[in-house]
Design a protein around this ligand. Sequence first.
Ligand SMILES: C[S@@+](CC[C@H](N)C(=O)[O-])C[C@H]1O[C@@H](n2cnc3c(N)ncnc32)[C@H](O)[C@@H]1O
Length: 251
Amino acid sequence: MTGENRPPPEGSPLPPHPPLTEYYPGSADRLRFVRQLFDSTAGEYDRLTQIFSLGTGRAWRADSLRRAGLAAGEAVLDVATGTGMLAAAAREQGGRVVALDLSAGMLAVARTQPGIAFVQGTADALPFADARFDLVTMGYALRHAADLTATFREFARVLRPGGRVLLLEIRRPEGRLPRLLARAYLGAAVPALSRLARGGQAGLLMRYYADTIEHCVPPAAILAALGAAGLAEARCDTEWGVFAAYSARRP
Ligand SMILES: C[S@@+](CC[C@H](N)C(=O)[O-])C[C@H]1O[C@@H](n2cnc3c(N)ncnc32)[C@H](O)[C@@H]1O
């Protein structure tokens, strides 16, 4: 194994992808870029998600929570909640939901959802006491965290013993043809559709989406980072080759 492809030592920082310098100069500028991107696209996010997921976005989130065994009355933390789609689905299934996001723009849209407590913050420094939640969820934001090792440690810390993690993500399809098709769809068709529908930064958001999926660390590295954070039974269930649901449990 060369130094380049050797896995990092367990517990060391794990950025989900290398710096994408087409969008920002270096790692130090990444958080600001991500915040600005989501602030400026917050008003369009739900519409884009419906186009991007071919209309399945809300149902997929609700089904994933059911499969994760969410029970009425459980305390749920939805990290990187965006406009609150996953948080709202958890509340509809009886969860007592707290939702956190980096972007004030996203939170301003999310706050129209009733019955959820919203907090501004980052995934790798959660402003919550230890062992407070039964379920920590994060939808389509793993690629935007600065460091998966620190983020998953925080998830383990705020979970009570026996509590679960559910991470929804898009994974890079295996095989050359599926990858080319996904790349064409995400990188070209969706931005073009979005621009036709309305102007704004939708095209930039979708191109960035496609690039972060393309460059994201593989599922095996994500599972290893969950394990290194002290979470057990880590697994990844994939549907249609791209829709991934990672789950794990605090022992
Ligand atoms: C693609 S949206 C996903 C929103 C929502 N979870 C969903 O299922 O639709 C990604 C969200 O992650 C947030 N985000 C990005 N990096 C973050 C971080 N380090 N900590 C907290 N939130 C972050 C963004 O502000 C954005 O709202």
